[in-house]
Every structure is written in C-alpha cells, then in structure tokens.
Unconditional design. Structure first.
Length: 255
C-alpha cells in the first residue's frame, strides 16, 4: 500500500471535537463583568418605568382645570404638577436669581419673585422662568416688572430629589436682585422676611410676567433608558459569547 494512502486512512480515523478549557483570568473577568452588565441593564429598565410613571402622572395633572390655593390637595403626589390660579401682586423690588441654569447650551438664571395674594392670606414664591446671563458676572440681568394686581396660572413644582450645588448656597450681593445657587425655602423666608407657601409655583406660558421656560418634565426620556438597557444587555451577551468562544478549543484523537 502506498505511504500516502496509509496516511489518509490514519487521518480519517481521527475524530475532531470541542473541549471546554476556560482561562482562569478570563473566567474571573466574566464572573465580575457579566452580572454587572446585566444589573446595569435592569437598572435602566427600572428607571424607564419610573420615568413613564412620572410622565403619566403629570399628563393627568395637566388635564385638570386650574384650582385655587384653597382647593389644592394635601397629598404630595397629587400636588406635584397641579395647576393653580392665583390673583395678587408681584414684589418687583426683591428678585432672587437662581444661578447656573442652562438653556439651549447658554448659561443664565431662573427668576424667583415673591407674590402676595389679593386677600393677603398667602405669600407665594413664583418662578417666572429663565433669562440669559451677561458675559460679565458682575452685571446682572434687568428683569421687567409686572405692575399692579394680576391673575396668573402656574403649576406646583415639587422636586424629586435634592438640588446639586456647585458651591455654597449663600445669597450674593448686598442689594437686590440677589443670586443664590438653589431655591431653599428656609433661605427664601429669611431673605424676604415672610412665611411662604412651601412649594414653588412655575408660571405657565402666556401668563403675565412669564419669561422663557427652560424646564423639561424628565431629563432622560423612557425611550432613552430603554436604549441604554439594550446596550448593556448587548454588551453582556457579547461578553458571554466571547468567553465561550475563547474557552472552547478544538482537539483531535484517534477513533
């Protein structure tokens, strides 16, 4: 028999198969990263559900007609985003500017004013909206006054968490307007020297005194959270496939 024929028969009698031989370092990396990537994906799904709930609640509130201050509910969840109709006067002489507010990529301020109801029974704090900052930080924007008694409609703003401060929250300047980093109720009470309704009221569009409205309902939409979740799960799946591929080796043995 020719030598090449014997060699061919010998090769035909050998079996090829896959053997799982994981690398220790790669296994340790996979054991850490795979659960972490999956956890991040499920966390994004949870955030998506939270944002959907927020949007649904606020949409429901916006369908309701504005009410008076006396008709507002006591429950915090029912209060958030509720529209209220109030009559009174703006305190144009003691304006407070919330610093480091960004709109369309531009730095500026949100304008807070004291609002005295016509009955004199309540002191409210209204957010008129956003104004651009000057290049010179020492030059504050001029805020057009709202003169006389007016009726306005706004929505109750209840934050979902504490504000992130870029510095100490202290009122800057001896004169008005004063600049602060965050709208803290205790500070506003001291600066204005009156008792205040505990929640901020943001003016709605086309109201007397309203400026540009920089606010969004949620910073990240549910759709984006879903997209982030898909990315994390895809990375987890890619890591798993890479681990399995690198851990499987091809071996041969005689039949």
């Amino acid at each position: 028999m020719p030598e090449w024929a014997g060699s061919l028969i010998s090769k035909e009698k050998r079996q090829r198969f896959f053997r799982f031989k994981p690398n220790l370092k790669l296994t340790a990396l996979a054991l850490v990263m795979f659960p972490l990537l999956c956890a991040l994906g499920f966390w994004q799904l949870g955030r998506m559900a939270e944002k959907q709930k927020i949007l649904e609640q606020l949409e429901l509130q916006q369908r309701l007609s504005p009410v008076s201050m006396e008709e507002l509910p006591d429950q915090l969840e029912q209060l958030r985003g509720r529209r209220v109709k109030i009559t009174g006067e703006f305190d144009n002489d003691r304006v407070i500017l919330l610093d480091n507010r960004i709109m369309a990529g531009h730095a500026g301020y949100e304008v807070l004013v004291l609002f005295r109801t016509a009955s004199g029974a309540r002191n409210l704090w209204l957010n008129r909206g956003w104004v651009a900052a000057d290049g010179n930080r020492q030059r504050l924007p001029e805020i057009a006054p709202v003169v006389g008694q007016v009726t306005v409609v706004g929505e109750i703003y209840v934050p979902y968490g504490a504000a992130i401060l870029l510095g100490a929250n202290q009122a800057e300047g001896r004169d008005w307007p004063k600049v602060v980093q965050a709208a803290e109720l205790s500070m506003l009470r001291v600066l204005w020297g009156v008792e205040l309704y505990p929640h901020q009221i943001r003016l709605l569009p086309e109201q007397p005194g309203v400026l540009q409205r920089p606010w969004t309902t949620v910073n990240v939409t549910p759709e984006k959270h879903l997209g982030y979740a898909v990315q994390w799960f895809a990375l987890a799946a890619a890591l798993l496939l890479l681990y399995l591929y690198s851990s499987c080796v091809v071996e041969e043995e005689a039949a």
